[in-house]
Write a protein that binds this ligand. Structure first.
Ligand SMILES: [Zn+2]
Length: 87
């Protein structure tokens, strides 16, 4: 099960993106909280169906497309590693 959120603000094409708490990058969850919690679902399709009841049209966030197989993979670091300064 994963937590899903739908963006309250529509994208440029009018669709509301559905975000997966486990798959989406932090940029999908801005601190000013424009996402609405949908609930816990076993797959994105269920979350999108619920989102469409409230925001239509809605669709899965593009950040999650094709990434289901990578769910177990650790996310990359947010910042590149800093090289230590030379003495
Ligand atoms: Zn997202």
């Amino acid at each position: 099960m994963a937590s899903y959120f739908v963006a309250c603000d529509a994208q440029s094409d009018g669709a509301h993106a559905v975000h997966d708490r486990n798959l989406c990058p932090p940029s999908c969850f801005p601190p000013d909280a424009t996402n609405e919690y949908l609930g816990e679902f076993t797959e994105m399709a269920q979350a999108v169906a619920v989102a469409r009841l409230r925001f239509r049209p809605a669709r899965r966030c593009r950040e999650t497309q094709g990434t289901v197989a990578l769910r177990s993979k650790a996310p990359p670091p947010l910042l590149p590693a800093l090289t230590p300064p030379r003495p």
